[in-house]
Design a binder for this molecule. Structure first.
Ligand code: ADP
Ligand code: MG
Length: 334
C-alpha cells in the first residue's frame, strides 16, 4: 500500500509480570509489527486472550510496551498527549460514569483537551450528538447512562472519543456487547466517521471475522499474542494461508455472504496450554503440524502476494514455488 503511514508499530512486545494471584508472567503481545496507513481501517482479529486489547492499549499509550516502539507520523508525534488517539471500549456500560450526565461527558474533553469555552463546548457537543445520530441532541445532553439503551450508550462512548478530535480511533470490540439487531448500524457509523470527522486511520479490534470483512481493508490475525497472518481482507477471506486462519474460515458457514449484524465468533481454544515455550504457539491445535513447529516458533514471512504468514509449512511451500518458478540457468545434462 502506498498511502502515508499514520503509525508504525515496530516489534511490540508486552509482558505482564507475575503478581499476586497471577503466578506466571504473561506474554500478552509478542514481536508485533504493522503499519496503519492513512485512510485505512485495519482489523485486529483473534480469540479471547490473543492480545488484541493489549495492542490497542499500546497504541493509545494507556500501556507502555515492554520492548519495541511506535513511530507516529509527524502530525501525530506532537499531539498524542492531546487525545489524538482515542479508544472506544467494548463495554459501554463500564465505560461511562453513571453519575455524569451526557452533557458533562461530552463537554469535558472539549474543554480540557481542546480548550474551548463552555458555551462553545456545548455547541460542539450538540453537533457531535447529531454525528452519532442521537437527536434531538438536547434531549440526550440531560440524560445519564442508565437512561439510555446499550446502542445509545455506545454512540455516547463514540461521541466522547470524537470530542477529543482524534486522528486515530482504536475501536475495541465496539459492537460485541450490543444487540445483534443494531451491530451493523454502529459499524456503519464508525465507517462514516472516517470521512465526516476526518479520522486518519482506525484500528478495529474484533473476534468476529465477518464484521472485519464489513469494515476493514486489511486484517491482522493474532494467536496467543503473535501475528499469524496479515493480509488484505479480500486475500485473507478468499485464500487463507495460515492453518489457524483456515480454521477460522472453516468455522463460518458461508464466508462470502454479507455481514448482517450477527456475530460469527471465533471458537475459543480448548484450553490447551502453550507447548514448549519455543515452539509455534498454534502447534498443539494445528492439523499440519510438523516436528520443526514444536521446536521453533516461525516468524512472519512475506508471500509473493504481499501478505505475511508465520508458518514453517507455508513458508517452505512458498519457497518451493519460488524455486520452481526460477528459470533454469544451466541446461540439464551438461
Ligand atoms: P484480548 O483483548 O485479545 O482478549 P488481552 O490483550 O486482553 O486479549 O489479553 C492478552 C493476555 O494478557 C491474556 O492472557 C490476559 O489475561 C493478559 N492480560 C491482559 N491485561 C493484563 C494485565 N493488566 N495484567 C496481567 N495480565 C493481563
Ligand atoms: Mg479484549
Amino acid at each position: 500500500m502506498s498511502a502515508e503511514a499514520v503509525v508504525t508499530a515496530q516489534r511490540l512486545t508486552k509482558i505482564y509480570a507475575a503478581h499476586g494471584k497471577q503466578q506466571e508472567s504473561v506474554v500478552a503481545a509478542h514481536d508485533i509489527s504493522f503499519t496503519l496507513h492513512a485512510g485505512e481501517i485495519l482489523a485486529l482479529i483473534g480469540e479471547s486472550g490473543s492480545g488484541k486489547t493489549t495492542i490497542g492499549r499500546l497504541l493509545t499509550g494507556i500501556e507502555k510496551p515492554t520492548t519495541g516502539s511506535l513511530q507516529w507520523s509527524s502530525t501525530l508525534a506532537s499531539g498524542r498527549g492531546l487525545g489524538q488517539v482515542q479508544m472506544v471500549f467494548q463495554d459501554p456500560y463500564a465505560a461511562l460514569n453513571p453519575f455524569n450526565p451526557i452533557r458533562y461527558t461530552l463537554t469535558r474533553p472539549l474543554i480540557n483537551l481542546r480548550h474551548v469555552s463552555p458555551s462553545e463546548a456545548l455547541e460542539q457537543a450538540r453537533a457531535i450528538l447529531k454525528t452519532v445520530q442521537l437527536t434531538p441532541p438536547d434531549q440526550f445532553l440531560v440524560k445519564r447512562p442508565h437512561q439510555l439503551s446499550g446502542g445509545q450508550r455506545q454512540r455516547i462512548v463514540i461521541a466522547r472519543a470524537l470530542a477529543a478530535s482524534p486522528q486515530v480511533i482504536v475501536a475495541d470490540e465496539p459492537v460485541s456487547m450490543l444487540d445483534v439487531s443494531i451491530r451493523a448500524e454502529v459499524l456503519q457509523l464508525l465507517r462514516k466517521l472516517m470521512v465526516t470527522r476526518q479520522i486518519a486511520a482506525m484500528l478495529y479490534i474484533t473476534h468476529d471475522l465477518m464484521s472485519a470483512r464489513a469494515l476493514a481493508q486489511r486484517v491482522i490475525v493474532l494467536y496467543r499474542g503473535r501475528m499469524v497472518e496479515a493480509a488484505s481482507t479480500d486475500d485473507l477471506l478468499s485464500n487463507p494461508r495460515h492453518p489457524y486462519t483456515q480454521l477460522l474460515l472453516a468455522s463460518i458457514p458461508n464466508p462470502r455472504r454479507a455481514f448482517r449484524g450477527e456475530s460469527m465468533a471465533i471458537p475459543v481454544s480448548s484450553g490447551l496450554t502453550p507447548s514448549a515455550a519455543n515452539g509455534c504457539p498454534f502447534a498443539p491445535r494445528c492439523p499440519q503440524v510438523e516436528e520443526e513447529c514444536r521446536q521453533t516458533a516461525p516468524n512472519p514471512e512475506p508471500l509473493p502476494d504481499g501478505r505475511l504468514v508465520s508458518c514453517h509449512v507455508v513458508a517452505r511451500a512458498a519457497n518451493q514455488e519460488r524455486g520452481a518458478a526460477k528459470p533454469q540457468t544451466t541446461a540439464p545434462g551438461n
